[in-house]
Design a protein around this ligand. Sequence first.
Ligand code: FAD
Length: 383
Amino acid sequence: MTSSYDLIIIGAGALGTFHAYHAAKSGKRVLLLEKDSYPVGATVRNFGQVVPSGLAGRWFEYGRRSMEIYREIQQETDLTVRSNGTIYIASDPDEWTLANELHDRYQQLGYTSELLTKAQCLINYPTLKPDYVVGGIFFPQEMSVEPELMIHRLLGFIQQKYNVDYRPGSVVIDAQSNASGATVTLSNRQQFQAERVLICGGHEVRLLFPDVLAQAGLVVSKLQMLLAEPVAGLRLPGNILTGLTIRRYEAFQECPSYASLTANTPEHLAELKKWGIHILFKQAIDGSIIVGDSHEYAAATQAEDLGYHTQDYINELMLNEAQRIVTFPLTIKKTWAGFYSQTKAEIFEYNVTDSIRIVTGIGGKGMSSGAGYAEESLRQWLS
Ligand SMILES: Cc1cc2nc3c(=O)[nH]c(=O)nc-3n(C[C@H](O)[C@H](O)[C@H](O)COP(=O)(O)OP(=O)(O)OC[C@H]3O[C@@H](n4cnc5c(N)ncnc54)[C@H](O)[C@@H]3O)c2cc1C
């Protein structure tokens, strides 16, 4: 047995790392264990869009709080936070109605949003195709990060400032309760003791408590993503979300006209919707353009059914729709797939014992709401 801690966290994705940040900041001695040499899960494969505007219910509040947390940390270390805002471009009257309804809702909640006419959208985003744009809803306070850099720098920050003991390359194969808390065992048989153990293993459901996770109703989503070459002179500020996103995100589902929108899906969107495609753009710091994404689903216990490949057919569908929206060329230099777990219950939280807890299944909202959610999750568990 080596050292002993107040809290051991398993998994250094966004959820595990933000839990480690909050716990260590409140004075806990934290050990953070990651199985890979550096995180390569959902947390580094995403857009890095921090968009509370798309979230519903308590997740919107966690998203708002997450933005404060990103800003607080950004003042001390460069997490790559850029506050360039989020725009949703409506492409037909139904989507525009929803944008207006969401604007009214956020006015009541005191969350700043601006409705932009077609002309204003085209002035602010001159590379949008005029035929596509009906209007837009803009959230000036929203932000983006570079996912890989963000998590790498956050891990460095919590080690340096809060003495988090971060150990990559540590595959946890067991966690057991005992009289003084819980013991964690690595694949090399090294053991660690803590008062409590938190498991944030992302979509990995087989290594730890597979029986619990098999019963959890978790579904894994596979997302295809594209990275296009920089285009000379192109400046694409912030998060650019489009009509299919309005048709997909939870916040719009809470709007009064959402039911009639789903009843009127235009024919040309049917194949895109079949593959869970909505088109989002984000320009990375080096000028390249991230475009996505699609969604395929399988039970978490059968995630291999989703395949290890990316499908050209899906990439083509995304590219064609993207070129219906923007005028600049998309010359693809990389494609990849990302995976996350999700559940109908919004997140999976489960106390295996008094001292061992699992938190996973945050789905597609972890970069937007994970920082704020982790704060509340710890407050409730440790109180
Ligand atoms: C393509 C894509 C695009 C997305 N875009 C956005 C976006 O723009 N905005 C947004 O808000 N969200 C987005 N998301 C969602 C977001 O990325 C996830 O919600 C979030 O990253 C989940 O974080 P996590 O920590 O739960 O999982 P992960 O990032 O998967 O982290 C889990 C970690 O646990 C480790 N682990 C697992 N088991 C063990 C073990 N036994 N021992 C040690 N370590 C272990 C894994 O190695 C991994 O590093 C996107 C996701 C994808 C895939």
